[in-house]
Design a protein around this ligand. Structure first.
Ligand code: FES
Length: 315
């Protein structure tokens, strides 16, 4: 569908809030709390963005977009080029991070821009009359883009935690998750390390009660493993060879060289960036390919070559 940018607000130094309406002025498809849309930007990049407004609204979708420090094109486009009046292609809302509405007690934990799907969840939980608390973890109040509005709507149910850039001064996740109320659910969204920390702090919660989603559009820079090494990829069609350094993905290197590869999550979880390979042993680091597929394709946003291997890609 076509969506028109009706408003853009700079809500934090690195966060823009984008309001979209139907280009034909009609009602939009309804969405449920936690949903996202896949938006094709004017530079032909497709990115997933969580919807942060009240799911009861059908006249608009609202997104929050962080300017990534090493953007692969998505967030830089939204911050530097996108303007009110632009029309973008979008998918209908998709929900891979649903709210279990039967849950009586809900703890929402946001790391930075990961707050966006949790804002729509808080709206819904308020409408349902459920118990909920939203813990909003950010570097500072200035960086917590939607905090003022959340506090206005939800009052003391919002708990802000500011770490000043030092994670050791962040929220006490163990204390937050210490009690396990019956029919309790936890929802967490943020960077991978943050999600892992919440899962570790809630290890005593029953299986299936901690729900999480990685925030979208994170850069394709990788946290290196201790034994990572640089390796070469050879592109079969051009015969060109590129060296992939430690800490960079194949995707980041090829994009910088001008290759167009479709991406969404850039975290190995959506399957979009798969590329066929012809030789070499791959260190698969994705969460989507099954064993058969791993013999033929790799996800270039996360996967690497095994030490000493060169990968020949069908590109
Ligand atoms: S972009 Fe989603 S798996 Fe690579």
């Amino acid at each position: 569908m076509d969506l028109k940018v009706s408003q853009i607000d700079q809500v934090a130094p690195r966060i823009r809030q984008i309001e979209l309406v139907a280009a034909d002025g009609g009602a939009l498809p309804a969405f449920t709390a936690g949903a996202h849309i896949d938006l094709t930007l004017g530079n032909e990049e497709t990115r997933s963005y969580s919807l942060l407004n009240d799911p009861a609204e059908t006249h608009r979708y609202v997104l929050g977009v962080l300017r990534e420090t090493e953007s692969l094109g998505g967030s830089a486009y939204v911050h530097d080029v996108l303007k009110a009046g632009d029309v973008l292609k979008s998918s209908s809302p998709i929900n891979q991070f649903p709210l279990y509405e039967a849950g009586d007690y809900n703890i929402l934990i946001a790391g930075g821009i990961g707050v966006t799907p949790l804002v729509s969840m808080a709206h819904r939980l308020k409408a349902l009359g459920k118990e909920y608390t939203l813990h909003y973890c950010a570097r500072s109040r200035e960086d917590a883009a939607v905090l003022d509005e959340l506090e206005k709507i939800h009052g003391p149910r919002i708990k802000a935690h500011f770490d000043g850039g030092d994670p050791s001064r962040g929220a006490d996740l163990k204390a937050i998750l210490e009690k396990r109320p019956p029919a309790g659910h936890v929802y967490v969204c943020g960077p991978l390390g943050f999600i892992k920390a919440v899962n570790a702090a809630g290890a005593h919660w029953p299986r299936g009660t901690i729900h999480y989603e990685l925030f979208k559009g994170s850069p394709a820079d990788l946290t290196p493993d201790n034994n990572d090494e640089p390796f070469d990829v050879v592109l079969k069609k051009s015969g060109k060879t590129y060296t992939i350094p430690v800490g960079k993905s194949i995707l980041a290197v090829l994009k910088a060289e001008g290759y167009k590869i479709k991406t969404l999550c850039t975290a190995g979880t959506c399957g979009t960036c798969r590329v066929t390979y012809l030789s070499g042993i791959v260190d698969h680091r994705d969460d989507v390919l099954d064993d058969d597929e791993k013999g033929e394709v790799l996800q270039v946003c996360v996967s690497r070559a095994m030490p000493g291997e060169t990968l020949v890609l069908d590109l």
